[in-house]
Ligand binder design. Sequence first.
Ligand code: SF4
Length: 202
Amino acid sequence: MENNVFDPQNQETDLSSKIVAGLERISEAFKVLLWEKATALGISPIQIQILIFIAYHKPALCNVSHLAKEFNVSKPTISDAIRSLDKKGFIEKDHSSSDNRSYTIKLSDSGVNIVSNTENFAYPLKKQLSSIHPSDLETLFKALSTFIYQLNRHGILTVQRTCYACKFYNNNLNSHYCNLLEKELLNSEIRIDCHEFEDKIN
Ligand code: SF4
């Protein structure tokens, strides 16, 4: 049966099911770590995610429409979170774009402060990776980046900014090349959240 990925008996003979079950455990770890941080600071998990995202992404991506796609939630959910962050003084709205119905979200000084207090929420996960051999880490990253690309191409992950989906990416005889950076990329140099990414489909 194809659908019984969570049946431990099926997992005994099906590696893909075991991997999916493992990814589900990891997503639980993310939720727990984010909740712990959110509870300590009195803001919601999605608000933390929005603040961290804004801190590290270009203004063109910091608007309600894109954030809704990025976090797979509705625009009203993002608007509510933005309203609350605005009230708490963590963000500022920039209405200077040509479309006066939309605005770009920027961090205020206290927003920058709270990001530096929250962005380490995933550090316990990174720390555990330090005990894995570098060559295994590279293999894991290669499989993970390919998996993310496939999920996006099948409409399961709405947003991703990996080399494999980028119009500047070339694969020649199994070696990776970025036409923008004009350099070959090692497997470990494939990006999964590139500032220069442009979707090859558009
Ligand atoms: S621009 Fe960025 S995402 Fe695109 S191929 Fe180059 S490094 Fe990869």
